[in-house]
Ligand binder design. Structure first.
Ligand code: OAD
Length: 254
């Protein structure tokens, strides 16, 4: 479902039509309209919780069952959720947009972009759908098959843990390098549904903006990034992405 049609400034629409390499960076707000909660603010996942009690290696070491139960609750929400028109617009752009290169980078762990049909997605913070052995034996599992109360890996040397990046951990080097390289090469970037406060992901749009490349933020709220960008659409992800995608693909439903 999309809100009333959003009107883009003419120079922004022209930049969307002219782009050769588009990079789209998404955050939790991208999935909010699918019913997946964001992290910060009222009703956010961190409300009433301290991230260090749930999303750190230390928290998992102290109480793995509690951490797994939180991730399994989130995974259930994600599995019930459906991609919205904004997700589908991004899939249509990758498929039909005629870009020389299209790069989708996400901080989200919910795999909604892949479910909507995007083929190559750089996941900066991993994925909630998978688990792997904390001892590094290489074994992996589907997260929904892991028993929170008995998550011992078959190797016997460690537990299976969610394949997400926790606070205090490094981002996957390949994913971060690939994302930074894409923003160095891009001639347009869209930043959708992120509070732009968690680094290093929050530094990525600046790589393109500093080169004078048109960077567009799509967010109903202002963020620390807003003042540094030439364009900022105060809109939901679905309305903003549908308007941007239509500038490239013409009038159509997503
Ligand atoms: P946040 O929860 O910090 O921010 C969500 C953003 O989405 C806010 O700026 C909202 O204004 C915006 N928003 C809300 N509804 C929206 C909608 N319908 N359309 C578009 N935008 C909307 O989430 P992230 O910026 O993704 O990290 O957070 C970054 C990282 O912090 C996450 O990846 C996670 C978290 O702690 C880890 O777990 C490592």
């Amino acid at each position: 479902m999309t809100e009333g049609a959003l009107h883009l400034p003419a120079d922004l629409a022209a930049a969307v039509r002219a782009a050769g390499h588009l990079v789209v960076l998404t955050g939790a707000g991208m999935s909010a309209e699918s019913g997946v909660p964001v992290f910060r603010g009222q009703g956010g996942l961190w409300e009433g919780f301290r991230p260090e009690d749930l999303a750190t290696p230390q928290a998992f070491g102290r109480d793995p069952e509690r951490v797994w139960r939180w991730y399994r609750w989130r995974l259930d929400r994600v599995r019930e959720a459906q991609p919205h028109a904004g997700h589908r617009a991004l899939a249509a752009l990758e498929r039909d947009g005629g870009f020389e290169r299209f790069t989708l980078v996400t901080q989200n762990v919910d795999a909604m972009h892949q479910r909507a049909g995007n083929r190559s997605v750089i996941e900066l913070h991993g994925t909630i759908t998978r688990a792997h052995c904390e001892a590094g034996c290489g074994r992996t599992a589907e997260a929904h098959e892991v028993d929170p109360a008995a998550a011992l890996c078959a190797c016997g040397r460690g537990r299976l843990r969610p394949s997400v990046v926790w606070f205090g951990e490094s981002l996957p080097a390949d994913a971060m390098d690939e994302a930074a390289e894409a923003l160095e090469q891009a001639d347009m970037a869209w930043v959708v549904g992120t509070s732009s406060v968690v680094y290093p992901a929050a530094a990525l749009p600046g790589i393109a903006a500093r080169r004078g490349v048109p960077v567009v933020e799509v967010n109903p709220e202002e963020t620390p990034l807003t003042g540094q960008l030439p364009y900022s659409l105060r809109s939901s992800a679905s309305a903003g992405l549908v308007a941007l995608a239509r500038a490239r693909l013409g009038e159509r439903e997503f």
